[in-house]
Design a protein around this ligand. Structure first.
Ligand SMILES: Nc1ncnc2c1ncn2[C@@H]1O[C@H](COP(=O)(O)OP(=O)(O)OP(=O)(O)O)[C@@H](O)[C@H]1O
Ligand SMILES: [Mg+2]
Length: 293
């Protein structure tokens, strides 16, 4: 579904350039439900905006659903946003209109596309488990319920790809679980590819694949050992980190990013050279040799 290679995004302001994405590589399969985690400012929203066609990469390769986004004309972008992707924003106010009811909020984007299928709003609210709150004004709903209205809206155009930026940022862990369950259900029942940006490691643990982003680059990936169903049984007692295997990223040129805590432990932080040796079929990383006096 998504192929990013050496993706670069530079924001230019009057007095400085920000390198928000610095050669990011990422593949996402059709029908996948995955999470992207990373610290504030690491480039998560920037990446999501590129995937959603809301902003253009500065350089690199970005293919979504077989389409080369760097070759998109303005009209292609509009089409893409209208037909292929659904977006749940980091900031709730950007999704919703507070003085309309839940149902009116969902009807609005449907009517704006020129469709008369107002009734679809009911189906969509049903799909996110909110039909009983359809007549309530937005401000009368809880944060999690509002977020579900936002998800219903994101689904209005039958997207193949659903992008969610911190969808559980402002709700408690119970509600956050419910929202994740909803994503899982949409993923399974409708086959929508879903990418969730979060900095909540608890949420990330509950999807099959997590890519960690650091300084605008994917720094590692965690893949689930067992299926989520098997996991659920264990989840109650087990809160260790054993649910995922962590992988470092090896790029096409053979460059490897070593986790910074390893470098710290070995005191390699201030050195830009290491020795590599092959020992028993394993690659061993060693500090530089001490100079002889
Ligand atoms: N429009 C912009 N103009 C200039 N700099 C920007 C712009 N948008 C983002 N940046 C910068 O790019 C970097 C990445 O920002 P981004 O919003 O992608 O981070 P993030 O990982 O989503 O962070 P958070 O978790 O806080 O939402 C930051 O240094 C940010 O200041
Ligand atoms: Mg962000």
């Amino acid at each position: 579904m998504i192929h990013c290679e050496g993706l670069v995004k530079i924001f230019k302001t009057a007095d400085l350039e920000v390198f928000a994405l610095q050669g990011l590589d990422l593949q996402i399969e059709t029908g996948e439900l995955m999470a992207i985690i990373g610290n504030s400012g690491s480039g998560k929203s920037t990446l999501l905006n590129m995937l959603g066609g809301l902003d253009r990469p500065t350089a690199g390769k970005l293919i979504v659903d077989g389409k080369d986004m760097l070759k998109f004309k303005e009209r292609d972008l509009v089409n893409y946003k209208r037909k292929c992707v659904g977006f749940v924003w980091q900031n709730n106010a950007r999704n919703l209109i507070p003085y309309l009811t839940a149902q009116e909020n969902v009807e609005l984007p449907i009517l704006l596309t020129g469709s008369r299928k107002r009734w679809r709003a009911k189906d969509l609210l049903d799909a996110v488990g909110l039909s009983h709150r359809a007549k309530n004004k937005l401000y009368q709903l809880s944060g999690g319920e509002q977020q579900r209205v936002a998800i219903a809206i994101a689904l209005a155009n039958h997207p193949k790809l659903l992008l969610a930026d911190e969808p559980t940022g402002s709700v408690d862990s119970k509600m956050s679980n419910q929202i994740l369950d909803l994503f899982r259900e949409l993923n399974r029942n409708m086959g929508i590819t879903i990418v969730i940006v979060t900095h909540d490691p608890e949420l990330a643990k509950k999807v099959d694949r997590v890519a960690a982003i650091r300084d605008g680059k994917i720094s590692s990936e965690m893949l689930r050992r067992r299926s989520y169903a098997e996991e659920l049984a264990l989840l109650e007692q087990d809160d260790s980190d054993s649910s995922h295997v962590e992988y470092a990223i090896l790029d096409k040129a053979g460059r490897l990013q070593v986790p910074s805590n390893y470098l710290d432990t070995l005191g390699l932080k201030n050195s830009n050279k290491v020795r590599l040796e092959m020992v028993d079929g394993k690659i061993v990383i060693l500090p530089p040799e001490e100079k002889e006096e």
